[in-house]
Design a protein around this ligand. Structure first.
Ligand code: UTP
Length: 471
């Protein structure tokens, strides 16, 4: 509770090492004072205190032993192939029974892409220009058609993009999924601190706040009432995915079925990393605990260590696609028990320093990561999938993981679908890209495309301004 009187407020802030926030109080207008008070009321000063302490003594210990995870591989033994087939039927059944809720996390700031608006509004459809949100919606609508599942889509935003995200969904008529099936919830924001642990401001009456990382999803599912809602809808599993990867398949019966068969709490999809220098985290056991091992935390000799077949021993590249049991989230977040480690991002923050002078303040943002919950999972499945079929995120404005690499990956995967069905490919553009798009509702992989093509007696593509569109 924030104290009512100004002097009590000043004392509480001083106790939390934040007395600088009151330093310019008398220079503020009545309205600004009211704004600052409202902003301070949104703060949990005990938590701020813990963040400060963490900043002073990060309490990080380097793990001593590392092991790769047991992975359900792409190259399968006869036994594994049979298990996969059984898993697919279990997964389809769970989808048919609408036991799966889809959790899209879209609360990030997308600062590297530099797009003006929530990243989900960014257009990635190579021919249609369809947005990332639209792309995910099409995948869910495909699941509705293919498996008869009732869609329950939980979309996490943060206060920095919630309004714009909701308006976009509204403008698109919720992509035809039905307003009652899309549930927005917001994650917590945390103050950014300067190197001395003082809260940075963006204006004399406004704090520098940033979303608390995708690990905040778990606590927000509870605090925003989504766990109760999911339970009331009969949802047992959450399919977790991130906004920036249009190749993600949130309703994949194989992944769902393997996870359910193993009675896993939380499972992950991975792609093989073959360049030891690729700065992607790998799933593995650090001191016996499953998690994502950051590139920089893996000792150099392990980074490059190879198996007999030449593949990297630590190759399970994390693509942030998870299946998570609802009751696992219930237990993890009960009585505020969830205790994920902090990850600190050192940034130059545009704001006011402690004395109120504007500038670039060397500071820290605090985040938790969802994959840190893997360590608490009693059972977990790690499923290897093909990178070219399931992973091409839009992170940067250019270079790797940018709109152009994503467009390339999408069109190549569509090209493979056509090839598998024996359909002629259009000529490549001058930059070598196939001017081609397959709507997920038509097919999400080669075998679905072949089946759709056969039952239609040859699918017809529409000619758009930017190429050919199968929809
Ligand atoms: P990233 O870690 O790539 O961050 O998020 P970002 O915020 O999108 O982009 P940068 O780092 O500012 O350039 C991966 C996924 O996690 C979500 C993002 O929206 C994205 O889907 N995310 C990230 C959240 O939902 N909340 C967060 O606090 C952070």
């Amino acid at each position: 509770m924030m104290p009512e009187s100004k002097s009590d407020l000043a004392a509480a802030l001083e106790a939390a090492g934040q007395d600088h926030l009151m330093g310019t109080w008398s220079d503020l207008s009545v309205e600004e004072q009211a704004n600052l008070r409202t902003a301070l009321e949104g703060l949990d000063l005990d938590q701020v205190q813990r963040l400060r302490e963490h900043l002073r003594s990060p309490n990080e210990h380097a793990a001593k032993s590392f092991e790769p995870p047991l992975t359900f591989p792409l190259g399968r033994s006869t036994e594994q192939a049979a298990r996969a087939e059984h898993a697919i039927s279990i997964g389809k059944q769970l989808l048919r029974e609408s036991k799966v809720g889809f959790v899209l996390v879209a609360g990030g700031q997308g600062s590297r892409l530099g797009f003006n608006g929530p990243k989900g509004m960014f257009g990635v459809g190579p021919v249609s220009g369809l947005s990332l949100f639209g792309w995910h919606a099409a995948r869910l609508s495909a699941a509705q058609r293919r498996h008869g599942t009732n869609i329950a889509w939980f979309v996490m935003t943060s206060s920095s993009n919630d309004g714009a995200t909701r308006s976009f969904f509204e403008d698109q008529d919720v992509f035809g999924l039905g307003r009652q099936n899309v549930h927005f919830f917001t994650q917590q924001m945390l103050p950014a601190l300067d190197q001395e642990g003082r809260i940075v401001r963006t204006a004399p009456d406004a704090l520098f706040l940033a979303p608390n990382g995708h690990g905040g999803t778990l606590a927000a599912l509870r605090s925003e009432g989504m766990l109760d809602l999911a339970a009331s809808l009969g949802i047992e599993q959450f399919s977790y995915f991130q906004v920036d990867n249009p190749l993600v398949r949130p309703a994949d019966p194989l992944f769902l079925g393997l996870h359910a068969l193993a009675e896993a709490d939380m499972s992950s999809k991975v792609v093989a990393k073959d360049d030891p220098g690729e700065k992607v985290g790998v799933l593995g056991l650090a001191d016996g605990r499953l998690g994502c091992i950051e590139y920089s935390d893996l000792p150099g000799d392990l980074r490059t260590e190879k198996e007999g077949d030449g593949s990297l021993r630590f190759r399970a590249g994390n693509i942030a696609v998870h299946m998570i049991r609802r009751d696992f989230v219930e237990n993890l977040t009960k009585d505020g028990l969830l205790d994920l480690p902090w990850h600190l991002a050192q940034k130059n923050l545009k704001g006011l320093d402690a004395q109120g002078n504007p500038g670039e303040i060397p500071g820290v943002k605090f985040e938790t990561f969802v994959f840190d919950a893997l360590g608490a999972a009693a059972n977990s499945v790690t499923l290897e999938v093909r990178r070219e079929e399931e992973f091409s995120p839009v992170k940067n404005a250019e270079g790797p993981d940018s709109p152009s690499t994503c467009r390339q990956a999408l069109t190549e995967s569509f090209g493979n679908m056509l090839r598998a069905a024996g359909v002629d490919l259009p000529d490549r553009d001058q930059d070598g890209t196939l001017p081609l798009e397959v709507d997920p509702r038509v097919a999400e992989n080669e075998s679905e495309f072949c089946a759709a093509n056969e039952s239609a007696g040859g699918l017809k593509a529409l000619k758009g301004e930017h190429g050919w569109l199968y929809r």
